[in-house]
Design a protein around this ligand. Structure first.
Ligand code: ATP
Ligand code: MG
Length: 645
C-alpha cells in the first residue's frame, strides 16, 4: 500500500549496535545454530548455576514442550537490581511521573533494592512461598514494580490484573490461578479521576476469597480495612528488614501469569518462566530500542499488559536502564501531555500504541508542535497494526523526520518482540513490522498449512521456538496445545494474518478471524481501515464483514471523525470514493456508520468481533464483553446501526 522507504539515518547508524550486514549475519547464525547462538547470548544474564543445556523444545502436536536453559538457576530480581548496584547504585532506575503534572519521583537502583527487599520480606512474612500466586491490582505507581520484583525475589508467581478491570474480571482471574494474596491500593488516579481499587478488590474478594490483602496508600481516600485480612503496606514495610536473600530459581520455574487482553475471546492465562523470558526480554529491549547508557526510556503501556512486564520492568531493569513509568493518560491535562513529559524528563526513546497515536492525531498538531521534543531519537509502536497515515504523522509531527519508528509485532504469548525493525539496520516502510528478530522464524501458510514462498499473503506462523515463548496456559496445557499448535501441526499459530513483500518485509493485516471475503477476494481489515484513516477528516476506523446476498460478504465500516467534523451523507459518499481510489472498487464500503467511539479492550484495541455481531444484527450474543473499556459505546453503536436492507 505504501511504497515509501525510509533509510537508516546516518546519526542512527553511527551509534547503533547492529547495521544491516551484522543483522544478516547474526540472524543467519541464530536460525542455523540456535543452540550455539543462545548459548552465547544466554550469558547476558547472571546465572547462579550456569546452564549446560540450551534449547529443548518440541512443537509436535502430541507432545508440545518448551524448555530453555533448563538446568540453569538464577533469580530475576538480582538480575534487575543487585547486579547493577556496584556500578549504578545512584543511577535512576525508575522515573515516576504522576497523573498530576506537579508530581514526580526518581528511584535509584539502590533505593529500588531497598524497596524490593522490604516488599519481599513482607510477602514472606505473610506466608507467601515459592510457587504461590500473588494477584497484583495496582495503579501505575512504583510499588507495582516493587511488588513484581518482590515476587520474583522469593519465587512467587505474580498475576497482574490491569487496574481498569471490574471486580468480576478481577475475581475471575483470582479464581483461575487460585491466588490467596492481593496487592492493591486505596485508589488509583487517572486523568484527574480516582479509581476505587480497594473497593473493587473487596467486591472481588466476596466472590474469590483471599487470605491477605496488602493495601498501598496512594490517594488517602477512605477505604474499609478487613480485620485479620487487610494490612497497610506502609505500616508493615516499616517493620521488616531491607535485606532479603533471593531464592534460587530454576530457569523453567514460573515467573508470572498474565491474561491476554481478550480481543478475540475469553482471556487465556499465559504462563512465562524465568530464564528464557529474561534473556529474551532484555536482549530485545537492548537491540530493538538500541538502548545505550544515558538513554531515558519511556514505554507508555500499563504494567497490566505484557508490554509493561517486558518493556517497562523486566527488560529495561535487567539492562540497568532508566525506565519511565507514567501514572496518567495521554490526554490529561491536555493532549500534549506525552510531549510535555518527554521535555520534562528528556526522554530519548518513546514507545506507545497506535490507539494513542490516532487519538492524539485527531486532537490536532498544535499540542505537539508547542513542545520541543529535541531529546527524542527513537519512537516505537505496539499493539495493533499502525495505519501508514498514523505512522507518517508520528514520524513527521512527533519525530520531526529525525527519529526512526520501530513497529514491533508481538503478543502476550511471545514474551517479547518477534518482528521489528532494528534502528541501525532496517530501512522502514510505514505500516510494516519489517523483519524477524534473532532466532525468530516466521512463515506464511495457506488455510491448509502449506508454506507460501516469496511475496505472498496468508496466515502468520512461527516454525520454531525462541526463549521468551510462553510455556503453557496456566492449569490448562490442553488449551495451550489446542489454541496454538492444533491449527497447523508442528507450528506455532499466531492467529494473525500477514503479507510478505518482495523485500521479505512482514505486514500484519489483522487477526485471521477478521479477514473479510468479498466476492471471493480475501482482504485484511487493516488495509481498508488504513485507507479510511488516510482521509483527512477521519481519525479512526474499524471494518468488518457482514452477510451479503451477492458478494458473500459486504464491507461495513465504523468511522470516527476528527474533532469538529460533521457526519453527513455527503461525507459518506466521499469516503466510499476515497477507498475506491486508494485500494480499488472491491474494497468500497457498502455501509458506513459514524461512531463517536469504538468498542475497545482496556488495552486500547478495537474489538472487531463485537462490531461484526452488530453488523450482522445479532445483538443478543455479543460474547465476552468483560474486557471492554467502555461498554456504553456498544449501546450507541446498536442504536445507530445502519440498515443493511
Ligand atoms: P486475545 O488473545 O485475548 O484475543 P490480544 O490478542 O489482543 O487478546 P495481546 O497479546 O495483548 O492480546 O495482543 C497481541 C496481538 O496484538 C497480536 O496478535 C496482533 O494481533 C496485535 N499486534 C500487536 N502488535 C502489533 C503490531 N506491531 N502490528 C500489528 N498487530 C500487532
Ligand atoms: Mg491474542
Amino acid at each position: 500500500m505504501s511504497d515509501n522507504v525510509f533509510p537508516v539515518p546516518a546519526e542512527v547508524a553511527a551509534r547503533a549496535y547492529v547495521d544491516d550486514a551484522k543483522y544478516q549475519e547474526m540472524y543467519r547464525r541464530s536460525v542455523e545454530d540456535p543452540d550455539g547462538f543462545w548459548r552465547e547470548h544466554g550469558k547476558r544474564v547472571d546465572w547462579i548455576k550456569p546452564y549446560t543445556k540450551v534449547k529443548h523444545t518440541s512443537y509436535d502436536y502430541h507432545n508440545v514442550s518448551i524448555k530453555w536453559f533448563e538446568d540453569g538457576t538464577l533469580n530475576v530480581s538480582t538480575n534487575c537490581i543487585d547486579r547493577h548496584l556496584e556500578k549504578r547504585g545512584d543511577q535512576p532506575a525508575i522515573i515516576w511521573e504522576g497523573d498530576d503534572p506537579s508530581e514526580h519521583k526518581v528511584i535509584t537502583y539502590r533505593e529500588l533494592h531497598h524497596e524490593v527487599c522490604k516488599f519481599a520480606n513482607l510477602l514472606h512474612f505473610k506466608g507467601v512461598k515459592k510457587g504461590d500466586r500473588v494477584t497484583i491490582y495496582l495503579p501505575m505507581i512504583p510499588e507495582a514494580a516493587y511488588a513484581m520484583l518482590a515476587c520474583a525475589r522469593i519465587g512467587a508467581i505474580h498475576s497482574i490484573v490491569f487496574g481498569g478491570f471490574s471486580p468480576d474480571s478481577l475475581a475471575q482471574r483470582i479464581q483461575d490461578c487460585e491466588s490467596k494474596v492481593i496487592i492493591t491500593a486505596d485508589e488509583g488516579l487517572r486523568g484527574g479521576r480516582s479509581v476505587p481499587l480497594k473497593a473493587n478488590a473487596d467486591r472481588a474478594a466476596e466472590k474469590a476469597p483471599v487470605d491477605c490483602m496488602i493495601v498501598v496508600r496512594r490517594t488517602g481516600g477512605a477505604v474499609t480495612m478487613v480485620e485479620g485480612r487487610d494490612v497497610w503496606y506502609h505500616e508493615e514495610a516499616d517493620r521488616v528488614s531491607d535485606h532479603c536473600a533471593p531464592v534460587e530459581m530454576n530457569a523453567e520455574d514460573p515467573l508470572f501469569i498474565l491474561y491476554t487482553s481478550g480481543s478475540t475471546g475469553s482471556p487465556k492465562g499465559v504462563l512465562h518462566t524465568t530464564g528464557g523470558y529474561l534473556v529474551y526480554a532484555s536482549m530485545t529491549h537492548q537491540y530493538v530500542f538500541d538502548y545505550h547508557d544515558g538513554d531515558i526510556y519511556w514505554c507508555t503501556a500499563d504494567v497490566g499488559w505484557v508490554t509493561g512486564h517486558s518493556y517497562i520492568v523486566y527488560g529495561p531493569l535487567a539492562n540497568g536502564a532508566t525506565t519511565l513509568m507514567f501514572e496518567g493518560v495521554p490526554t490529561y491535562p491536555s493532549a500534549g501531555r506525552f510531549w510535555d513529559v518527554v521535555d520534562k524528563h528528556k526522554v530519548t526513546i518513546f514507545y506507545t500504541a497506535p490507539t494513542a497515536i490516532r487519538s492524539l492525531m485527531g486532537a490536532g498538531d498544535e499540542h505537539v508542535t508547542r513542545t520541543s521534543r529535541k531529546s527524542l531519537r527513537l519512537l516505537g509502536s505496539v499493539g495493533e497494526p499502525i495505519n501508514p497515515e498514523a505512522w507518517m504523522w508520528y514520524h513527521k509531527v512527533v519525530g520531526e523526520e529525525r527519529c526512526p519508528i520501530v513497529d514491533t509485532w508481538w503478543q502476550t504469548e511471545t514474551g517479547g518482540i518477534l518482528i521489528t525493525p532494528l534502528p541501525g539496520a532496517t530501512a522502514l516502510k510505514p505500516g510494516s513490522a519489517t523483519r524477524p528478530f534473532f532466532g525468530v522464524q516466521p512463515a506464511v501458510v495457506d488455510a491448509e498449512g502449506n508454506f507460501l514462498e516469496g511475496a505472498t499473503e496468508g496466515n502468520l506462523v512461527i516454525t520454531d521456538s525462541w526463549p521468551g515463548q510462553m510455556r503453557t496456559v496456566y492449569g490448562d496445557h490442553e488449551r495451550f496445545v489446542q489454541t496454538y499448535f492444533a491449527t497447523y501441526k508442528g507450528m506455532y499459530f499466531t492467529g494473525d494474518g500477514c503479507r510478505r513483500d518482495a523485500d521479505g518485509y512482514y505486514w500484519i493485516t489483522g487477526r485471521v478471524d477478521d479477514v473479510i471475503n468479498v466476492s471471493g477476494h480475501r482482504m485484511g481489515t487493516a488495509e481498508v481501515e488504513s485507507a479510511l484513516v488516510a482521509h483527512p477528516k477521519v481519525s479512526e476506523a474499524a471494518v468488518v464483514g457482514y452477510p451479503h446476498d451477492i458478494k458473500g460478504q459486504g464491507i461495513y465500516a465504523y468511522v470516527t471523525l476528527m474533532e469538529g467534523e460533521e457526519p453527513t451523507d455527503a461525507l459518506k459518499k466521499e469516503l466510499v470514493a476515497h477507498v475506491r481510489k486508494e485500494i480499488g472498487p472491491i474494497a468500497s464500503p457498502d455501509l458506513i456508520q459514524f461512531a463517536p467511539g469504538l468498542p475497545k479492550t482496556r488495552s486500547g484495541k478495537i474489538m472487531r468481533r463485537i462490531l461484526r455481531k452488530i453488523a450482522e444484527d445479532s445483538f443478543e450474543n455479543l460474547g465476552d464483553t468483560s474486557t471492554l473499556a467502555d461498554p456504553t459505546v456498544v449501546d450507541d453503536l446498536i442504536t445507530n446501526r445502519q440498515n443493511r436492507g
